[in-house]
Design a binder for this molecule. Structure first.
Ligand SMILES: Nc1ncnc2c1ncn2[C@@H]1O[C@H](COP(=O)(O)OP(=O)(O)OP(=O)(O)O)[C@@H](O)[C@H]1O
Ligand SMILES: [Mg+2]
Length: 353
């Protein structure tokens, strides 16, 4: 995936922006609040996903304007494509001049992986964030997974509501049995998908992390499924306990992934820079997996990744990530001193100068 040109109108603080002649590595430089992240976000939205900042669509439109109109010229699998995205209360997307049924259809045409400061939570926060990462990554590759996950989640919600009343009404047992059957059936599929994805991560991550840390540190990845083949038995055994909490204590909604740097848990022992490096390596691995499966690298968007990384790690990102078109924001131009080849774009008050 290669971006040839980007245009934005009335998007965030950007009134009008036209940018092109991008390189493989593109550094977006500027002071705080000038529009660097906004520019990355405008590219990201062509994946058809929600903003990586969690903003509502109405917040994307420049204040006091009616709608934002962004355009992206890109090459995918050797074919030139042109996408347009109009954002107001809702989104309307066009590909090569033709209106798409839904903006989310853009996902079939353009792909990107984003790393933003919030992604540090992948390492430092609780397991929910890691499950979300897995689910999004797998769902992008295998849309059927999203349906399985929905069915599973619905069955868990149903079991939770029934188990609350099970203490008073034992006739609910038949319903519990059937929900637990459904949970177990979907759980097996989910665990299989996740185990497969994590085995891909295990193959790729050590080399990437070794690169980021100049070979000084090793990274290991462990899948920690809450239950594997025994979900049904586990749920049955947990009924009495679950009755009191009104929740379901086993199953993929309790899974986790553990990362170990030099044998020690990154979450508990990792330094700030190490955590950032693991999160970044994870995103690079995601891009690699997309390439191995779809045949093409996604575009890589890196927001504010340079701070907290030492010069060797910065140089790895700027110079050693090959074959992936990358857009990276950065406040301090001295962080890009080691840039060997690429383009520096300066942005000021929503304008490229
Ligand atoms: N809908 C909007 N309308 C007008 N301005 C907006 C809108 N949304 C955000 N902005 C403004 O855009 C400006 C630039 O935001 P952006 O997040 O891109 O900055 P940045 O260059 O990444 O800065 P930093 O280095 O601090 O991360 C901010 O001042 C913000 O208030
Ligand atoms: Mg920013």
């Amino acid at each position: 995936m290669i971006i040839k040109a980007l245009t934005c109108r009335n998007f965030r603080n950007i009134e009008e922006l036209e940018a092109g002649s991008f390189d493989e590595m593109n550094v977006i430089c500027g002071e705080n609040a000038q529009g660097k992240t906004n520019m990355l976000e405008s590219i990201w939205l062509f994946t058809g996903m929600k903003s990586f900042r969690g903003s509502r669509d109405s917040e994307l439109v420049k204040k006091d304007r009616e709608k934002a109109v962004n355009g992206l010229e890109f090459v995918s699998a050797g074919t030139e494509e042109s996408a347009r995205l109009e954002i107001s209360e809702r989104r309307t997307a066009f590909l090569n001049g033709k209106k798409l049924k839904a903006a989310s259809e853009l996902a079939e045409h353009f792909s990107a992986v984003v790393f933003s400061p919030g992604d540090l939570s992948l390492i430092k926060d609780g397991p929910a964030v890691r499950r979300r990462f897995l689910d999004t990554a797998i769902g992008q590759l295998y849309p059927a997974y999203i349906g399985i996950l929905k069915k599973y989640t619905r069955a868990v919600i149903q079991r939770n509501s029934v188990i609350k009343n099970y203490r008073y009404d034992r006739t609910l047992e038949i319903m519990l049995d059937s929900f637990e059957d459904e949970i177990a059936a979907e759980a097996v599929k989910i665990v299989k998908f996740r185990a497969r994805y994590i085995s891909l991560l295990k193959e790729i991550l050590p080399e990437i992390y070794g690169g980021i840390s100049s070979g000084k540190e090793s990274l290991e990845t462990f899948y920690m499924p809450s239950a594997a083949d025994d979900v049904k038995e586990r749920l049955k055994a947990a009924r009495t306990a679950d009755m009191l909490t009104g929740s379901t204590s086993a199953g993929p909604h309790r899974d986790d992934i553990d990362f170990k740097i030099n044998g020690m848990s990154a979450r508990s022992y990792g330094s700030q820079g190490q955590k950032r490096s693991v999160a970044l390596a994870l995103k690079l691995a995601e891009a690699e997996i997309i390439k191995n499966i779809s045949g093409e690298y996604p575009v890589f968007l890196l927001d504010d990744v340079m701070s907290e990384l030492d010069p060797d790690r910065q140089s790895y990102i700027l110079n050693r990530v090959k074959g992936i078109q990358t857009f990276i924001t950065c406040c301090d131009p001295s962080n890009t001193a080691s840039l060997e080849k690429g383009r520096i774009i300066y942005i000021e008050n929503g304008r490229i100068r």
